[in-house]
Design a binder for this molecule. Structure first.
Ligand SMILES: C[S@@+](CC[C@H](N)C(=O)[O-])C[C@H]1O[C@@H](n2cnc3c(N)ncnc32)[C@H](O)[C@@H]1O
Length: 439
């Protein structure tokens, strides 16, 4: 029985007759139709279920791990693989065996001595399918639309110019081709090191950084696949170049447009003004900040999530002319000043949280009695783990309700949907009576 089959049987046994049975997992092979961006979510859910359930048998070594990833993604004899930052080729030789002489393994490196030794070793091992490639910090130097799988193990955290490399990889992939990143650390960023220092010195990165950059450069997030890795330490993320897109450079799975005036009717206070609104807002929803601030008497603040930021001083762009102080969370703590706040706006951002417990506890502490928490977000149609919800940029509203209730908030209102893919929930403090304000 193949690894995939064993894993699936184990998952089914674990989960009984849930959604997993209804959505049988198919392994896309070469040339097989893979996901359009809009289909990515369903594929991810299947991956998520597999990846989060206990694997039937974790690969015992690196070649077994490479074999498991290849099998999961339909990489087989005749496939083309790019081992990016191949180093001494530990995984290159394993891929070479899988794709055979009818396939190709581009063993790419920016270190010239590695390229030379990869060439010598490929000749010694009699592996003509291995083609060493000398890349640059800003260009992997791969042929366009030539690769079924681009693979990067313990390299992403070294990238000085990740955006340029991602675009090069996107172009090197055939439409529908996969991109796998194995790296550390799972979770959010801890080493806030400037990018240019990463190439030479070793600092771990975070999975949230990889997902954000890959999505923004045009990859669909497919799922997590730690069960394919022999080591317990890293994260294993699978992305895909969507079919149908000709150019990289934008998230292929962005939320649908918001009807701003419709949303504002629900967000603006019906009586009086907000005194100190706090925003955790991303994407198009940031356009809602200015009209809310116009209806506020005091200065607001912005919380920048560490789940989003890739550099310490990074902040989503503000509308021109808008001045708003910001704080970056640290393990979920927004380190807000002493002043109480009276409204919190999670606008297309709640799904990202890895440190929801701490952030919600701190917001609860600071929120005035009678204050409000608004959550507008993209709705996940299937159960996703918290981690998958973050990477998928969508969340089950039941999870939001549960987490908010655990933090001491009570649902006051379930608002009208501001877009077909969004939900809208309004919370107050559990221990406060409703004052008739927004309800
Ligand atoms: C920790 S080693 C990992 C090697 C190999 N992937 C492995 O897991 O055994 C990181 C490698 O990434 C290479 N590297 C760093 N920046 C790179 C870039 N922009 N493009 C390609 N390779 C890069 C380094 O030369 C080094 O060989």
């Amino acid at each position: 029985m193949s690894l995939f089959r064993r894993t699936r049987v184990a998952v089914l046994a674990l989960l009984g007759t849930t959604v997993v049975l209804a959505s049988s997992w198919t392994v896309p092979g070469r040339g097989q139709t893979v996901l359009a961006p809009s289909q990515a979510a369903s594929e991810v859910t299947r991956n998520a279920v597999q990846a989060t359930a206990a694997p039937a048998g974790k690969p015992r070594d690196r070649p077994a791990s490479v074999a498991a990833i290849a099998a999961r993604l339909g990489i087989a004899e005749g496939s083309a693989v790019a081992d990016i930052g191949a180093g001494k080729g530990q995984d290159t030789w394993a891929f070479a065996r899988i794709v055979g002489e009818s396939g190709t393994v581009y063993a790419e490196e920016i270190t010239e001595t590695f390229v030379k030794s990869l060439q010598a070793e490929a000749e010694k091992r009699k592996l003509p399918q291995v083609r060493p490639v000398l890349g640059r910090s800003d260009d992997p130097g791969l042929p366009h639309e030539a690769v079924d799988l681009a693979y990067m193990r313990y390299v992403y955290h070294h990238l000085a110019k990740p955006r340029e490399i991602l675009r090069g990889i996107w172009r090197a992939l055939k439409p529908g081709g996969y991109f796998v990143v194995i790296d550390r650390h799972p979770g959010t960023l801890r080493d806030w090191v400037p990018r240019e220092q990463r190439e030479e010195k070793h600092f771990w990165l975070a999975e949230t950084t990889v997902v954000r950059e890959a999505r923004e450069e045009g990859f669909s997030f497919v799922g997590c696949a730690e069960d394919c890795c022999e080591s317990a330490d890293p994260f294993v993320l699978v992305f895909q170049r969507p079919r149908g897109l000709r150019e990289p450079g934008r998230d292929p799975d962005a939320p649908s447009p918001l009807a701003a005036s419709e949303v504002l009717q629900q967000l603006l206070p019906q009586n009086g003004r907000y005194q100190r609104p706090v925003f955790i807002a991303l994407g198009e929803a940031r356009g809602l900040m200015a009209p809310i601030l116009e209806q506020s008497s005091g200065q607001g603040a912005e919380i920048v999530l560490e789940e989003w930021a890739t550099q310490k001083d990074e902040r989503p762009p503000l509308l021109e002319g808008l001045l708003l102080p910001s704080v970056l969370t640290e393990r979920g703590d927004p380190r807000l000043g002493p002043e109480p706040i009276d409204a919190v706006f999670f606008l297309d951002s709640y799904h990202l949280l890895f440190h929801a417990d701490t952030l919600l506890a701190k917001l609860h502490e600071k929120l005035a009695a009678g204050g409000w928490v608004f959550v507008l977000d993209r709705e996940a149609k299937r159960p996703l783990s918290r981690r998958e919800a973050s990477h998928q940029r969508q969340i089950d509203p039941q999870v939001v309700r549960r987490e908010m209730a655990a933090a001491g908030f009570r649902l006051r209102n379930e608002g009208r949907r501001p877009a077909p893919d969004r939900f809208f929930l309004v919370f107050g403090k559990s221990d406060c009576e409703v004052d008739g304000g927004t309800e």
